[in-house]
Design a binder for this molecule. Structure first.
Ligand code: ASP
Ligand code: MG
Length: 403
């Protein structure tokens, strides 16, 4: 018998009525002769509420206890959903992450799944029961509860699909699929029928909140066919898979954007005989995520390196740089806030030269200054003034024929 994994996010299980709706939807799938695993998030904004409670006790609560706290959210949903199945005349067993055999590394708040011991799940599924599993949580080797990072229930679902060799993993959410861009800000953004794992991974990493990046990574590595679809309709949604049929020869498949970016410029004395490793090792040791890096060394000017960070880590970066000025050996720093990152993503770029040139041209015509650039095989990102973010995204979306 084929197995399917269905995952429902917070808004899709926000009320008891919605939970009953989820059960009904899963029953329909089971009636097609499938073994069905349902992974759920915490109800509505529960995780945020729990974070708020902790913040009232401490500005820096112990991470282990945060995991303990946050894991309770999903536990409420699994029990209620299992009750709903029973009420509708079906058998179901709920599982916390650790009961489902999800073993993770010992990294509180952001653990990766290492392995899944599926025996108990298999036994329950083979008895013809629904298996209801709490997303976003697991247990480390020494028995601490861990969580997988915000949005991590997607990753639970995909990991279970891989471990159970499921035929597919459907992510049910409050939007009906993956869009060419965020329709709340970009005119004419539309739903994609399909997208490749690589493109989706870039978009997820670039802030398209629809899927947890690690879920996409997991799906790619294990070849799990993944679908994002609406929990409120029967529309087919967006399929994420390895190979995608080329739609209208589109070079760009999506435009992503993210506000709240800052640029840090560090200037060295001339001549610069240090190493970039000094500064970036120091930042890494302090767990600061650096995104785009641009180095400038010329005969005429003082050598410098600029990098982009999330604005909310600015104070920390400032402090870390100040504390390590001697060791890093720089002369001065400069900070620019209020920036945004806008990116275009598409597998078609690999075989089409001039995509970057065209992008800069489009931005120039809209009089948008480009402050930093970074590229990968299938992505080009630019940092622009925050006030120009929407304008840039709309201009690019339109010029690449995505509307
Ligand atoms: N409840 C967790 C969160 O809000 C995990 C998830 O929903 O995927 O981030
Ligand atoms: Mg989510």
């Amino acid at each position: 018998m084929e197995t399917i994994v269905m995952k429902f996010g917070g808004t899709s299980v926000a009320t008891p009525e919605k939970i009953i709706g989820v059960a009904k939807r899963a029953i329909k799938e089971k009636e097609q002769g499938k073994r069905v695993v349902i992974v759920v998030s915490a109800m509505g904004k529960t995780t945020d509420t729990l974070l708020g409670l902790a913040a009232e006790i401490s500005a820096e609560p112990p991470k282990r206890e945060m995991d303990m706290l946050l894991a309770t959210g999903e536990q409420v949903t699994i029990s209620l959903l299992a009750m709903a199945f029973k009420q509708l005349g079906h058998e179901a067993v709920s599982f916390t992450g650790w009961q489902a055999g999800i073993e993770t590394e010992s990294v509180p708040r952001n653990a990766r799944i290492e392995q899944i011991h599926t025996d108990r799940l298999e036994a329950v599924l083979n008895s013809g029961f629904f298996a209801v599993v709490a997303g976003f949580q697991g247990v480390d080797r020494i028995g601490n509860i861990t969580t997988l990072g915000r949005g991590g229930s997607d990753t639970t679902a995909v990991a279970l699909a891989a471990a159970l060799k499921a035929e597919k993993c459907d992510i049910y959410t409050d939007v009906d699929g993956v869009y060419t861009s965020d329709p709340r800000f970009v005119n004419g953004a539309r739903k994609l029928e399909q997208i490749s794992y690589d493109e989706m991974l870039e978009l997820a990493n670039l802030g398209a909140g629809v899927l947890h990046p690690r879920a996409v990574e997991f799906a790619k590595n294990n070849n799990v066919p993944l679908t994002v679809r609406a929990s409120y309709s029967d529309e087919p949604g967006t399929i994420i898979q390895e190979v995608v049929t080329v739609e209208k020869n589109l070079i760009v498949r999506g435009v992503a954007f993210e506000p709240g970016i800052a640029r840090v410029t560090v200037t060295y004395n001339k001549p610069f005989n240090g190493s970039l490793a000094n500064i970036f090792m120091t930042l890494a040791e302090n767990h600061i995520d650096v995104d785009i890096i641009v180095q400038s060394i010329s005969e005429e000017f003082q050598p410098s390196v600029s990098f982009s960070i999330k604005e909310d880590s600015l104070e920390e970066v400032r402090r870390v740089l100040d504390d390590n000025k001697e060791a890093i050996g720089f002369k001065s720093t400069e900070f620019e806030v209020g920036l945004a990152k806008v990116s275009i993503v598409g597998s078609g770029m690999v075989s089409n030269p001039g995509v970057a040139a065209r992008m800069f041209d489009i931005l120039r015509m809209s009089e948008i200054p480009v402050k930093m650039v970074s590229t990968s095989e299938i992505k080009i990102s630019v940092v622009v003034p925050g006030g120009d973010m929407e304008k840039s995204a709309n201009a690019l979306h339109e010029a690449y024929g995505l509307g």
